[in-house]
Design a protein around this ligand. Structure first.
Ligand code: GLA
Length: 700
């Protein structure tokens, strides 16, 4: 029987569909408990070389590659012409080598055809210069056209990879950083202000624009500036930038949520060494399933200021991890760290041998469930040729590869033990973006380094407890026995009420200098400091003084010095106890209360009006911890330079010990523990310099 040609085609098609539907669909690869990998750029290399790279990654114990975040011109070589087959082959090639894929949306680098056809999408800097093609971050977050183009490419990627069994996560853009001053963004700012204030009268009133005749009669008259401007405007501009980034990311996140398999995680990698505050990172983090950051050193914090060493400062690094973890109060990912060195430091020195591995483990101890290097292999040309990598231009491993491979072996052993564990803390330090901005806009004293002050509080609390969270006031505070707010400058009545409730319910709250000076509009509070918290504290700040010389302080907490800032306090209620007074040295202060405490409901509220010297700070913090019923004899005592972090799971605790001291160390353990990396039971951890120990025991 001769079948009609059309019938023949029909049966062939049917057969194919049946075979396809019968084809066993590949089960999605689960997210590794401990993700380990690097940034890989297949679009930069001949496909024939991919597998050699992937094989070496596999040999280094890696289980993840991140691709695509800078690949727009390869993904969409011309408007509307999308080429994704190469990417699918790269994902499959990585899977063949046992690695899952994180796809970065390519929106940090719009292609040349796009910026040429739509110049309005280009970012304009504050001097009014519109950027040109040739680098990255040259897009405007305020451009509607750019959002449309971003949505289109993310839709394509989501449709293609949203169900891919080897794709486990998406990274929105890359290191959200620069806002724009283009006309469209200015228009958005004016509409944002109108939405926030409703009327110009309200804005003029809140910003007190009668001052210097700043009064606005049109919304469009309001300048968009970060210079010396009205504090209300400056603070609102930061909030506007945050909201604009929220819009920008939701423009992509919504597309993904609507299309991709819910098992695929959505994150973004925040840069700026963690502490950058161009926008409110806690609010930005709220949209994501997990937040990631890129831990680097050699510049910024560690370089431009006096304390640059070119090597990891474990205290600051730990504080930064705890800041990042605090954005969502859950474990986070380190999406980028340098394989030995960067290329943008004033001196891009290499970390010491062993330091990269210790840095990775240090992050895991603080709650990182992913460690990834930037980058696997330097592009042969481009702006980052010198940057550290794991293999050279020839594709052969460079010296630090061996250390990365050792870390890979470590992680393979430790992942099952670390799975489902996280750091837990009874104490939180408040890092409030509004307050930080308000003080940054007007520091009043360049000796008042609010980040150094925060780190001082953090150190004094972290050393004895080995676990501190850093959170914004918006987070859930009820889980903490002690909350310490070093520089809570902006306090709204709503926040004051929340903090009051926290204390009455049994919490112990410590407020530092400069608390409650400002309202939400960054205006001076009509109430003396602590402003909206005055009633709760029961004392007020008579005046604030920036100090040129330190002044002695003494009292129930002991003796020390007020170093850069001092506020004499006035008691307003009889149940307020003075715990510190100023000694002689400044006639405005001598004998005046420097710190007060009060029982409020089941808890206590303390106001410290002085910045204390570090040694005394340690002593005072021990008192706060004791009063709050928090153990100060950490489970494992650490010699100087040895960092100990504890992660807790349902039935076990895991200690991650990293030795950043100059020499070998022996750490006596409070009983036998399982040595996860070396095997066996140990009662002493012997660590060479940069040595790492991962120890576990059941929870008792
Ligand atoms: C950042 C970026 C990477 C790369 C590295 C270099 O964090 O995300 O693309 O430029 O820095 O250190």
């Amino acid at each position: 029987m001769i079948l009609q040609p059309r019938l023949l085609v029909f049966f062939t098609l049917m057969l194919m569909v049946l075979r396809l539907s019968a084809a066993p669909s590949v089960a999605p690869t689960p997210l590794p408990a401990l993700i380990y990998g690097s940034a890989w750029y297949p679009e930069q290399w001949p496909e024939a070389e991919w597998d050699a790279d992937l094989e070496r990654m596999q040999a280094a114990g890696m289980n993840m590659v991140r691709i695509g975040e800078f690949a727009w011109s390869t993904i969409e070589p011309a408007e509307g012409r999308y080429e994704l087959d190469w990417m699918e082959r790269a994902v499959a090639a990585a899977a063949k080598r046992g690695m899952v894929t994180i796809i970065g949306t390519p929106t940090d680098t719009p292609p040349a055809w796009m910026t040429t056809k739509y110049p309005e999408i280009l970012r304009v800097d504050e001097t009014g210069v519109r950027l040109q093609h040739g680098s990255r971050r040259h897009f405007s977050i305020g451009s509607e056209k750019y959002r449309e183009l971003c949505r289109a490419v993310v839709e394509k990627l989501a449709d293609r990879f949203g169900k891919n069994p080897h794709v486990v996560a998406w990274q929105i853009g890359n290191e959200l950083t620069e806002d724009s001053f283009d006309p469209e963004s200015r228009g958005r700012f004016h509409r944002w202000l109108e939405k926030r204030y409703g009327t110009l009268d309200a804005l003029n009133q809140q910003w007190m624009t009668a001052y210097w005749s700043q009064t606005y009669t049109e919304w469009s008259q309001v300048p968009m500036t970060t210079g010396r401007a009205n504090p209300g405007l400056l603070l609102d501009h930061k909030r506007f930038v945050t909201d604009t980034w929220l819009d920008f990311q939701r423009n992509q996140i919504d597309v993904l949520r609507a299309r991709v398999d819910p098992r695929q995680v959505i994150t973004t990698n925040l840069g700026g060494l963690g502490w950058a505050n161009k926008f409110n990172r806690q609010q930005i983090s709220a949209d994501y399933d997990v937040i990631s950051w890129d831990e680097y050193l050699g510049s910024g914090w560690f370089d431009k200021t006096k304390n640059g060493t070119g090597h990891l400062d474990p205290l600051r690094s730990g504080a930064t991890h705890d800041l990042v973890r605090g954005w969502k109060q859950k474990n986070f990912w380190v999406m980028e760290m340098p394989p030995g060195f960067v290329d943008w430091g004033s001196v891009s020195n290499s970390l010491d041998r062993g330091e990269t591995r210790a840095m990775a483990w240090h992050a895991v101890g603080h709650g990182a469930d992913c460690i990834a290097f930037w980058q696997w292999r330097s592009a042969l040309n481009g702006q980052e040729q010198y940057h550290g990598s794991l293999v050279g231009p020839d594709g052969e491993p460079v010296p630090v590869y061996a250390e990365a491979a050792q870390t890979g072996r470590d992680f393979a052993k430790a992942a099952p033990v670390l799975a489902g564990t996280e750091p837990r803390s009874d104490v939180a330090v408040i890092h409030d973006y509004d307050s930080r901005w308000a003080i940054e806009f007007n520091p009043f004293s360049n000796r008042y380094d609010q980040m150094q002050i925060l780190i001082d509080y953090y150190r004094a609390l972290r050393e004895p407890t080995q676990a501190v969270d850093i959170v914004t006031p918006a987070m859930d505070l009820s889980r903490y026995k002690l909350v310490v707010a070093p520089s809570l400058n902006v306090v709204s009545p709503r926040l004051a009420a929340r903090l009051g409730d926290y204390v009455r319910a049994g919490g112990h709250l410590v407020l530092g200098p400069r608390t409650g000076m400002k309202t939400e509009s960054n205006a001076l509070s009509r109430e003396r400091q602590p402003g909206a918290l005055l009633e709760n504290v029961g004392a007020r700040v008579e005046q604030f003084y920036a100090l040129l010389e330190a002044v002695p302080v003494a009292g129930a907490w002991g003796e020390g010095k007020a170093t850069v800032w001092a506020e004499p306090l006035g008691r307003l209620a009889p149940d307020v106890e003075v715990t510190l007074r100023y000694g002689a040295g400044n006639d405005w202060l001598t004998g005046e209360p420097a710190a007060v405490r009060r029982q409020l409901g089941k808890g206590t509220i303390t106001y410290l009006g002085a910045v204390l010297d570090s040694t005394f700070m340690d002593q005072v913090a021990l008192g706060w911890l004791k009063d709050a019923g928090i153990a100060t004899n950490a489970k494992i005592s650490a010699p100087d330079g040895v960092k100990i972090s504890r992660r807790v799971g349902a039935n076990r605790e895991v200690f991650v010990i990293t030795n950043f001291s100059k020499g070998a160390q022996e750490i006596v353990l409070p009983g036998a523990m399982t040595d996860v990396l070396a095997g066996g039971e140990v009662t002493v951890a012997k660590l060479p310099r940069y040595g790492v120990a991962v120890l576990t025991r059941p929870l008792t």
